[in-house]
Design a protein around this ligand. Structure first.
Ligand code: DHB
Length: 388
């Protein structure tokens, strides 16, 4: 098989890269080791920055999101027993859209297949080769047969545990990372969310987040130990913990728990995000802790730059934009890292914190809630920094 850009991974990064390339008249094939059903059911955050919403609409894959997504012009912070509202539209003239990541994945898969792009699901033993030269290759087994794709470039969109990043020779990449001493226990519940907006709650028992997928589907999270076994929490215990952390600020309706799991918390970046003709995008190059839901937005920002750089190469034969890919995307990656870390340290309880640390957190929350300068900083980052 031969294509212009071979893409490893059918998550948001790989699918959006293929979509944007297609719009520029560039062919791609996507290789994915999971099944289509698995990719479409993988529940992640569901918050889309303003520019990313606009990009989905402008490039023709935002129709269902416009119908089913919920536009939010603010959020609520809860601390000291009270709710404090931040009005994003007033502060920065932008908002965010709540629409599950897996819904975007379904919309993108449908668009790719409708356009005739090959997505090879359930490919095994995927490996990438020869990206230091001009003829990179992707090898894999599909439907029991060993296969090879010859391409001009490889998009490494295969996530944190993927094969692309580890294929880059030792000594090329520098890793920056941080683990957090907690995770999030998250549920999807068939019940109305406690508020029409998201509530980020700082509580002495630990952080909790009340979000939603629709007016009858709540998505609820709370801070837990990092090694929590989800089976050790009964549904009744989960509800009890959520009631406690919402602390009576709103009435929390209980419902059937449709899905539950534990999300680890990690900050991770590699630099550079490229080697020869292999380009990393999304989680294969960086992970943010979930507070603020920047993961998919950052993946979209990467592939927006990458697709534009590949387009410039095919149109002009010049590789300046491709050569500068990492330098172009890394400033945004680091600003999202900083913001995700900041939201995380602001709202969570840490194992060895002192009374001083808690007073400082409360002072910072109070500052964010009452100073226009501080709330503007949060709003500007939360709704999405300007794109390059
Ligand atoms: C969601 C998840 C987040 O981590 C966040 O900060 C906001 C919303 C969500 O799943 O809706």
């Amino acid at each position: 098989m031969r294509t212009q850009v071979g893409i490893v991974g059918a998550g948001p990064a790989g699918l959006m890269l293929s979509h944007l390339l297609h719009r520029a008249g560039i062919e791609s094939i996507i290789i994915e080791n999971r099944s289509r059903e698995y990719c479409e059911a993988r529940i992640r955050a569901g918050l889309i920055e303003q520019w990313a919403r606009d990009m989905l609409v402008e490039t023709g894959v935002g129709e269902r999101m416009q119908r089913e997504g919920i536009f939010h012009d603010g959020v609520k912070l809860r601390f000291g027993g009270a709710l404090h509202r931040l009005d994003f539209v007033d502060l920065v003239g932008k908002g965010v859209t709540i629409y599950g990541q897996q819904e975007i994945v379904k919309d993108l898969i449908n668009a790719r297949l409708a356009a005739g792009t090959k997505i090879l699901f359930e490919a095994d033993d995927v490996s990438v080769h020869d990206f230091d030269g001009k003829k990179p290759k992707i090898r894999f087994t599909h439907e029991g047969k060993a296969q090879e794709i010859d391409c001009d470039f490889i998009g490494g969109c295969d996530g944190f545990h993927g094969v692309c990043r580890p294929s880059i020779p030792d000594g090329v990449l520098t890793t920056y990372d941080r683990d957090y001493p907690f995770g999030w226990l998250g549920i999807l519940s068939e019940s109305p969310p406690p508020d029409e907006e998201l509530i980020y709650s700082y509580h002495e028992r630990g952080f909790a987040l009340y979000t939603m997928r629709s007016p009858v589907l709540a998505r609820l999270y709370f801070q837990c130990a990092p090694d929590t076994d989800i089976e050790s929490w009964s549904d009744a215990q989960i509800w009890e913990e959520l009631h406690l952390r919402l602390g009576g600020a709103r009435k929390l309706a209980e419902g059937k728990i449709l899905q539950k799991g534990v999300t680890p918390m990690r900050s991770f970046v590699v630099e550079p995000m490229q080697r020869g003709r292999l380009f990393l995008a999304g989680d294969s190059a960086h992970i943010v802790p979930p507070t603020g839901a920047k993961g998919m937005n950052l993946a979209f920002a990467d592939v927006r730059v990458l697709s534009r750089s590949l387009d410039a190469f095919y149109r002009t034969g010049k590789s300046e934009l491709l050569d500068g890919y990492s330098q172009t995307v890394l400033p945004r990656v680091w600003k999202a890292q900083r913001f995700s870390w900041w939201m995380t340290q602001l709202l969570h309880r840490f194992p060895h914190e002192s009374a001083f640390d808690r007073r400082r957190q409360l002072a910072e929350l109070d500052y964010v809630a009452t100073s226009r300068a501080a709330s503007t900083t949060l709003a500007e980052n939360y709704t999405g920094l300007p794109i390059e």
